[in-house]
Design a protein around this ligand. Structure first.
Ligand code: GLN
Length: 285
């Protein structure tokens, strides 16, 4: 019986089909490891083996889709975020490394071992809510999204990861949170401008536009959240927002006029102003 192609030869074939992409070798390795359900390291030790024909078929199908631009995360159906393995689908944004900055800054505001109420608006795959909930088991996290399909993914992620201190509610921003207050509200809302050329490049072409574009100026969702958040924050509570690197001063301005204090912007690893925090003063009830 003639053996099929080896791991090594499949990788070479995948890599050459993806030439012209940003990371042909890495993508081919991730897809073959995914199809074979093994680690990338195992691809090297097993490079002379011939994988089962179904594995080779699945890999080559994924390579063809990747060559058309489909994101690796959607093909694999997962992405790592904050050391959590998250299911992602085309109904959810693919969690990004810069959003880990938002999680880091948010966690500094959540004390350990005490009850603390956190809301995550527009949670998508649940990335931010689950990262915070997993790090602070005594906090209670409520996450909203108006997209049912995204919330189904988020709920599956919580269940699979065994994270119990998070609940999900369907609705736009504060829609399902009427009358409730929180000690911390976080969001990575859509903030890209509709004319931004990045929307026509790379993974963004395949992601939900409603999770990316924030109205004509890219600031509409942020404006709405900054305004409505104020009355959903307990006195002394914090708002932490991700935004575009060009939007930092506009976001700070919005927070100032809304009444927030202690406003601070943090830079992401690429040096861009990416996350802004503001606090509702304690004494203005
Ligand atoms: N950071 C994302 C990007 O520019 C956008 C995410 C968002 O709109 N919330 O690719």
């Amino acid at each position: 019986m003639k053996a099929g192609p080896t791991i090594g030869s499949l990788l070479r074939r995948g890599e050459s089909a993806l030439k012209g992409g940003d990371s042909p070798r890495l993508d081919a390795e991730l897809l073959l490891a995914g199809a074979r359900r093994c680690s990338r390291a195992a691809l090297f030790s097993d490079r002379d083996e011939a994988p089962a024909p179904e594995v080779a078929d699945l890999f080559l199908r994924w390579i063809a889709e990747r060559a058309r631009g489909l994101p690796v995360a959607y093909l694999l159906g997962r992405r790592e975020f904050w050391s959590l393995r998250l299911e992602v689908t085309p109904a959810t944004l693919i969690p990004r490394p810069e959003t880990e900055l938002l999680v880091e800054r948010a966690l500094e505001l959540v004390p350990e071992g005490v009850s603390f109420r956190v809301a995550d608006l527009g949670t998508g795959s649940g990335a931010i809510a689950l990262a915070i909930a997993s790090e602070r088991p005594s906090a209670t996290v409520v996450a909203t999204d108006r997209c049912e399909a995204a919330l189904a993914v988020a709920s599956r992620n919580a269940a699979r990861l065994g994270i119990r201190n998070v609940t999900f509610r369907t609705g736009s921003w504060f829609g399902p949170l009427a009358g409730e207050t929180f000690d911390l509200i976080v969001s990575n809302p859509p903030y890209v401008e509709p004319g931004d050329p990045h929307l026509r490049e790379g993974d963004l072409r395949f992601e939900p536009i409603s999770a990316l574009v924030g109205g004509p100026e890219g600031l509409e969702a942020i404006r709405e959240i900054a305004r409505d958040t104020y009355r959903h924050l307990s006195p002394g509570g914090f708002l932490a927002l991700e935004h575009g690197v060009e939007q930092a001063s506009a976001v700070r301005q919005l927070m100032i006029v809304t009444g927030y204090r202690a406003i601070l912007t943090y830079r992401d690893l690429a040096g861009g102003e990416r996350v802004t925090l503001g606090q509702r003063p304690r004494g203005d009830v």
